[in-house]
Design a protein around this ligand. Structure first.
Ligand code: TRP
Length: 457
């Protein structure tokens, strides 16, 4: 049984298995699904990219998610201490402990830019309410976006507000903070996405064209970089590879099946991404926009729809409110590993730890803000600071972290340690073990080997 080693988390536990699923879906579903997935699918050519992404979700994402939850729940500590405890327990070499630290660093780097983009969403709530989208066309909407990203001050204010929101929840403890809000907001977001997809279906006149772009695999458009980004995004969208899911797993009640819970999170996350694509691409084609325009895609297409639909002010504001909430329930999981460790090992109070982490991520975020304006001309490997940070974290650090998690769970931990903790049927356990030992690591290694070629290209 899961509880036989008798560990209890000092941070508390989710009140039920459902809350674990809710919180982990909250972490997974965020800007990655609604902002990032459509824009990278657009840049890397659509259908074939999406297919590779879906393959990575099934063969790499799901098994690694199960592994992370399992490691967390067995250790019931922050990822840094979990790796220490479990490597001692499994008789593994000391460097395995570094895995927890690696994840904490990745978490800070991601949060720093995640908060800036979430700030865009926050800002768009006010644009929507002010009626800025009314009857707006493609040009007007890119004017609004360019005005935002060319103003460091505006972005700084929004980034600061979002970071404060994140820290406020982490400071109170995940359970009493966001749990209640997320219970309401996530279903609402899902419903609104459905409404917007229906709207695109009925009015854009380009629904089939959008669907074709999203789902028809044209392999001539698939590049090595595209494959790498697809895999990186499978990690990013499921919050894998840096300990976020591990720390959420450490608060999961014992006994409940990790396989079922992980599967539900993966399905919900994938559904939301596909819906986001079905909402955006018809609008892109109907308005003669460019699918590969990059990070501004969501912000330069959706307002056109809000500007023309009945009650567009309401729907527009609601959409960006819900998107901000989705980002909020994700960002907290990016600092939770660091905060849990500071509480465990440095004796800080939760609020002090949260504020400290928030300040560090806030400062790093300045780099992302400036990379859209004052530093826009500084480029390395043809990428801005923001693009480099995103590339480094999503496409390198998360897959590397995930690779080691898979190796640790599949090869280093003895069977007896993993089988009881996963608490799943014999067949499911056997398939998990084969995939996590062979398929996932090999897939990640092959894609990572592309890196040198990708950077040169
Ligand atoms: N998965 C979230 C999204 O798609 C972002 C996120 C939250 C994340 N926690 C993470 C990404 C941990 C990587 C690792 O928006």
């Amino acid at each position: 049984m899961a509880v036989e080693h008798g560990r209890v988390s000092i941070h508390g536990e989710w009140s039920s298995r459902w809350v674990f699923i809710l919180a982990t879906s909250g972490s997974a579903i965020g800007l990655g699904n609604i902002w990032k997935f459509p824009y990278i699918a657009g840049v890397y050519g659509g259908g074939a990219f999406v297919l590779v992404y879906l393959l990575c979700i099934v063969l790499v994402g799901l098994p690694i998610m199960m592994s992370e939850v399992m490691l967390g729940r067995r250790a019931r500590q922050s990822p840094i201490n979990a790796m220490r405890t479990l490597s001692a327990e499994a008789g593994a070499a000391r460097p395995w402990r570094l895995l927890g630290w690696f994840g904490v660093v990745a978490g800070f780097l991601i949060l720093s830019y995640y908060s800036v983009i979430a700030g865009w969403s926050l800002g768009y709530i006010f644009n929507a309410l002010a009626g800025d989208f009314r009857d707006v066309g493609a040009e007007g909407v890119s004017g609004i976006f360019n005005q935002l990203i060319s103003s460091p001050l505006h972005m700084l204010v929004l980034h600061t507000v979002f970071m404060i929101l994140t820290i406020a929840v982490v400071a109170r403890g995940v359970r009493s903070g966001l749990e209640r809000a997320v219970r309401l907001m996530m279903p609402a977001l899902f419903a609104l996405l459905l409404v917007l997809v229906l709207y695109a279906m009925m009015t854009s006149g380009a629904f089939m064209q959008g669907l074709h772009f999203l789902l028809y695999p044209d392999f001539s458009k698939l590049t090595p970089t595209g494959v790498m980004v697809a895999m990186g995004h499978a990690f990013f969208t499921l919050s894998l590879g840096m300990g976020a899911v591990m720390v959420y797993g450490s608060y999961m009640p014992g006994r409940s099946s990790i396989a079922t819970a992980s599967l539900m999170v993966v399905i919900a996350d994938t559904l939301v991404s596909l819906l986001a694509g079905m909402m955006i691409f018809p609008l892109v084609f109907a308005n003669g926009l460019e699918p590969g325009q990059g990070p501004g895609l969501l912000f330069q297409t959706l307002p056109i729809a809000f500007g023309h639909m009945p009650a567009g002010v309401l729907f527009g504001a609601l959409f960006f409110i819900l998107l901000t909430f989705a980002a909020w329930s994700s960002s907290i999981s990016l600092v939770e590993p660091a905060v849990a460790w500071l509480v465990e090992n440095r004796g800080l109070s939760r609020p002090a730890a949260a504020i400290l982490c928030g300040i560090i991520a806030w400062l790093l975020g300045l780099g992302t803000i400036f990379s859209f304006n004052v530093w826009a001309d500084y480029r390395l490997f043809d990428r801005s600071f923001f693009e480099l940070l995103d590339f480094l974290t999503s496409n390198i650090m998360l897959p590397v972290g995930g690779l080691f998690i898979a190796i640790f769970a599949g090869w280093i931990m003895p069977r007896a340690m993993t089988e009881g903790e996963l608490a799943t049927g014999r067949r499911v356990y056997a398939s998990w073990r084969v995939v996590v030992r062979y398929v996932s690591p090999v897939a990640v290694i092959i894609v990572l080997l592309n890196l040198l070629g990708v950077l040169r290209g």
